[in-house]
Design a protein around this ligand. Structure first.
Ligand SMILES: Nc1ncnc2c1ncn2[C@@H]1O[C@H](COP(=O)(O)OP(=O)(O)OP(=O)(O)O)[C@@H](O)[C@H]1O
Ligand SMILES: [Mg+2]
Length: 290
């Protein structure tokens, strides 16, 4: 079992902006989903975990090793797929993986070769191994990103919005791949796609304004909203009135009729009960003021 302990972590950027505010999380093997809107601080947190930036305060332990005191330990065991992979050089997929393998300390050429060929197979890029990476489609680039993250058998894999820009088929394939590898390692997935977290993650946290607002098992978080989610079709001219009296967590046009979904402890008059979805957990959490 691997463990990542994040204790009272804070990060203030040079311009004085505090992107992470006193975050504490315990993460074990399996897939952990970090959900939050644009600017919530997800990438800031991930970059801090992988050691690309130093926290202003707080501690990080990977398998009980203090990351600040021994940064080499997590680096040797880490696979990271950043949100912006940056510029893709004009070299073939195989050659780029070989180069990254060396950077990751895989010095045995034969072992490196076997591993690279296996990974290319796993991410469905074997046929394209001699093609230059900058000519790849978005989905192929993401799969290549996973292959490089998996080099060296990492114990902790961090992927930052990996499915953004992928078509549904590529997204499913990508998610299946992550799911496959997450059995014996930690996979932290940052996304704003609630559906991906519901389908893949056993633990999750909702982040906004640099803080963790809610954490737990997706099923349990949904169960906690049982008998608290209600829906009603309304006249769109009445929206303001409803907005003033209810916590509206979503609005949806269904056959050109406006339906509102609200959070309420009591049964509101003329509303129908709704089975809670993870989307309700997410939007209800985001309505909380920091
Ligand atoms: N280097 C930096 N210097 C100053 N502020 C920064 C820096 N990087 C990010 N920020 C700010 O920190 C906040 C969090 O940004 P971050 O990229 O971590 O959010 P995010 O949750 O990953 O968003 P997205 O979903 O859009 O990727 C934002 O307000 C952003 O403008
Ligand atoms: Mg981000």
């Amino acid at each position: 079992m691997n463990t990542l302990s994040i204790n009272n972590l804070s990060l203030t950027y040079k311009n004085g902006f505090q992107a992470i505010k006193d975050i504490s999380l315990e993460i074990g093997n399996g897939m952990f989903g970090l959900l939050g809107p644009n600017g919530a601080g997800k990438s800031s947190l991930m970059k801090t975990i992988v050691g690309l930036q130093k926290p202003s305060s707080g501690t990080l332990f990977f398998n009980e090793v203090n990351i600040a005191e021994n940064p080499g330990y997590i680096k040797q065991n880490l696979g990271f797929l950043p949100q912006d992979f940056g510029v893709y050089p004009k070299v073939s997929a195989y050659d780029l993986l070989e180069h990254i393998a060396v950077l990751k300390g895989i010095t045995d050429k034969t072992k490196g070769k076997t591993q690279i060929l296996n990974l290319l197979e796993k991410v469905n890029l074997s046929d394209f191994r001699n093609k230059e990476v900058h000519t790849f489609s978005g989905g192929m680039k993401q799969r290549f990103g996973v292959a490089q993250a998996l080099l060296g058998d990492p114990k902790i894999i961090i992927v930052d919005e990996p499915t953004a820009g992928l078509d549904p088929e590529e997204r499913n394939r990508f998610n299946a791949l992550l799911n496959d590898i997450s059995q014996e390692v930690i996979v932290i997935l940052s996304t704003h796609l609630v559906e991906d977290v519901r389908n893949l993650c056993s633990e999750m946290a909702v982040m906004n304004h640099g803080q963790i607002l809610r954490k737990g098992n997706p099923g349990q978080l949904m169960a906690a909203l049982e008998n608290r989610i209600w829906s009603k079709p309304i006249d769109k001219n009445d929206l303001e009135t409803y907005d003033a009296s209810y916590e509206i967590i979503s609005r949806q046009l269904i056959e050109r009729e406006l339906h509102i979904t609200v959070f309420s402890e009591e049964s509101p008059k003329d509303f129908s009960p709704v089975t809670p979805l993870l989307e309700h957990v997410y939007f209800h959490t985001l309505t909380q003021k920091p």
